[in-house]
Design a protein around this ligand. Structure first.
Ligand code: SF4
Ligand code: SF4
Length: 339
């Protein structure tokens, strides 16, 4: 099955992942089918299918391509937040989940572009979302803090999908790309998570590993896929999306005069909410430059159906993404566009 995920993501084993969810329940099947239709600009939903919550504007890693590794003054606009805005208020999270629950929200992604395992109330957020019948409760982590106890607590709280970003197939490359010496531990953490899930006789959480391809690690993509396809439900190989001050040496050479298709489906499927409550039409780092509107002052429903958000969707559907300078920069900065 052909599938479009994020702007620059190639998915391996999507068919198996889809079948696993389809077997889980008809709700999961309907949700993935709707996601596909919205991603293909065939359906404009009245509420986002997925809400992404930043939880905390922080990470315990410093990957070379990520703004957390940059000096404060070099970070892209809107990326970093003042100290007092870095931790998302739990009551605000509950309010957003309540609104989502009333409006048929299907998926919640926890901690986009950050590390969710450092958010103290993570299990409570997952349990609350489960209680409010959010179908797919997802998170993406660097896997460093994913010990056995954490794994068990996440599964018991009701997590349904875990992504671990690895980006390497050797200790040496991992150290280069992720500035960490804990490659083996992270690999073991993922394998143990799967084992704990299987021992509990559960099919979910589904487990995905991801690989952001840069000039430093692209030689390991095929070994990475070969190893992980035997272990996990899904593999994502992502192209690097650059932004201001991304180190030049990490970018692959973009072919000159290549045809650029100015579309993107993120504002068709989701909204992202930063830890201070600012709501954005996508989770990309470039997208942090979109005008700040705070979810304390506007409902998600109103934001989703506002004229600027609708116009953004309309332009992206008709390949006119270049009409918005933020999207133009974002789309033109992708090493290799996969949709
Ligand atoms: S683990 Fe993720 S959020 Fe943290 S520095 Fe690396 S890319 Fe950025
Ligand atoms: S900035 Fe625009 S093109 Fe980039 S992910 Fe966001 S909506 Fe899509």
């Amino acid at each position: 099955m052909e599938h479009i995920d994020k702007l620059a993501t190639k998915l391996v084993k999507y068919e198996e992942y889809y079948n696993k969810l389809k077997d889980q329940s008809s709700e999961f099947k309907n949700y993935r089918d709707l996601w596909k239709k919205a991603s293909n600009f065939e359906v404009e939903t009245r509420f986002p299918i997925q809400i992404e919550l930043e939880l905390s504007n922080a990470c315990n890693y410093r990957c070379g391509f990520c703004p957390y590794a940059f000096k404060k003054e070099d970070m892209p606009k809107g990326f970093d937040l003042p100290k007092n805005e870095k931790i998302m208020d739990f009551n605000l999270i509950k309010r957003v989940i309540d609104e989502g629950s009333k409006n048929g929200l299907m998926a919640l992604e926890l901690g986009y572009n950050t590390e969710p395992l450092i958010y103290k109330k993570l299990y409570e957020v997952i349990s609350y979302a489960r209680q409010k019948s959010i179908l797919d409760i997802r998170m993406s982590s660097n896997g460093h803090n994913l010990n056995g106890e954490v794994a068990k607590k996440l599964i018991e709280a009701g997590l349904t999908h875990l992504n671990v970003s690895i980006d390497a197939f050797s200790e040496e490359t991992y150290k280069k790309v992720r500035s960490s010496i804990f490659y083996k531990e992270v690999v073991q953490n993922v394998l143990r998570f799967i084992k704990i899930r299987d021992n509990m006789s559960l099919k979910l959480p589904s487990v995905r590993v991801s690989f952001v391809e840069t000039s430093e690690n692209s030689h390991e993509v095929s070994d990475f896929v070969k190893f992980w396809e035997k272990e996990v439900d899904l593999i994502a190989v992502q192209s690097l999306v650059s932004y201001s001050n991304t180190p030049d040496h990490l970018k692959k050479k973009i072919k000159k005069n290549q045809d650029i298709v100015y579309n993107c489906h993120q504002p068709w499927t989701r909204v992202a909410i930063k830890s201070n409550g600012d709501i954005k039409p996508c989770c990309s780092i470039n997208g942090m430059e979109f005008k700040s509107i705070n979810v304390k002052n506007i409902s998600v429903l109103k934001y989703w159906n506002s004229t600027p958000t609708k116009n953004l969707r309309k332009n992206l559907k008709s390949n006119n993404g270049h009409k918005n300078s933020i999207c133009k920069n974002c789309i033109e900065s992708i090493d290799e566009k996969n949709n």
